[in-house]
Design a protein around this ligand. Structure first.
Ligand code: ZN
Length: 263
């Protein structure tokens, strides 16, 4: 009994300290009203939220900018409006999960445009290969998120696409190991249902692709289960009605995972 009381008191004390820290950060580094209005105008998933959720998102964006280091490179300059926009997009997926889901990494590196990392790997036969792929974004397991600013500014221009949500979805996916389309599910979610829904949708879309049909999702989703989860997450927030219409079971699983109902 005493133990329970003690632990309850500790939890209450922890919440008190945490709330006090949050209030202090928000008071010291508030997002100016004009910058927040601008971010809402340019981030449609945030614009669709009710007033209370928008207020929560604003606090999360403030904390994101306090906890993470946004590092523009190659001569790129990001002003306060840019930083608020980036943080707003980044916090959409964790609106109902909390910023702790982004613990374990610190940096967001931002290139002016698509970037071209040259990598080297050695195959099983000991042969060294150089690879070079042009990227709009990248998320490292315990490392940074890397973004192309041109592609961040493109959000809303190309339907369904949101490179920030995409990379953040990879980060959530990697909370329990390699990116494999299987993020840590909540207690009341069913792992088997998640697997069945995503693999069933994957098989149907592959079949449609083989038949030359127009897919109801960016075909990049079919690169791997990890990309399927990230691309479906983009569409969940950017075009929820279309995802719910064409892939209703996937939509439902994402609704349970993100604890949001964007449509
Ligand atoms: Zn990806």
């Amino acid at each position: 009994m005493l133990l329970i009381c003690d632990s309850l008191q500790q939890v209450a004390m922890f919440d008190k300290i945490r709330n006090w820290r949050v209030r202090r950060i928000v008071a010291r580094h508030p997002i100016a009203e004009s910058l927040w209005r601008d971010a809402l105008r340019r981030c449609s998933p945030a614009r669709r939220l009710g007033a209370s959720d928008q207020a929560t998102l604003r606090v999360l964006a403030t904390l994101f900018l306090d906890r993470k280091s946004v590092e523009p490179v190659e001569g790129l300059h990001l002003d306060d409006a840019d930083l608020v926009l980036l943080a707003t997009h980044a916090c959409v997926p964790v609106l109902k999960l909390g910023l702790d889901w982004y613990d374990g990494w610190h940096s967001v590196i931002v290139y002016p445009g698509a970037f071209n990392p040259r990598r080297q790997h050695t195959d099983a036969a000991g042969v060294v290969h150089q690879t070079s792929t042009v990227l709009a974004g990248e998320a490292w397991g315990r490392g940074p998120v890397i973004l192309s600013w041109a592609d961040v500014l493109n959000i809303g221009q190309k339907p369904w696409h949101n490179v920030v949500v995409h990379e953040m979805a990879h980060k959530l996916d990697m909370l329990n190991g390699d990116a494999n389309g299987f993020p840590p599910l909540h207690r009341r979610m069913n792992r088997r249902t998640w697997s069945q829904v995503f693999s069933g949708a994957w098989d149907r879309l592959k079949e449609e692709q083989r038949n030359g049909a127009d897919l109801p999702i960016d075909p990049y989703a079919l690169e791997s289960p990890a990309e399927f989860f990230a691309v479906a997450s983009e569409q969940f927030f950017e075009a929820p009605a279309a995802l719910r219409q064409h892939l209703p079971e996937v939509y439902r699983q994402l609704e349970l995972f993100y604890r949001q109902q964007p449509f």
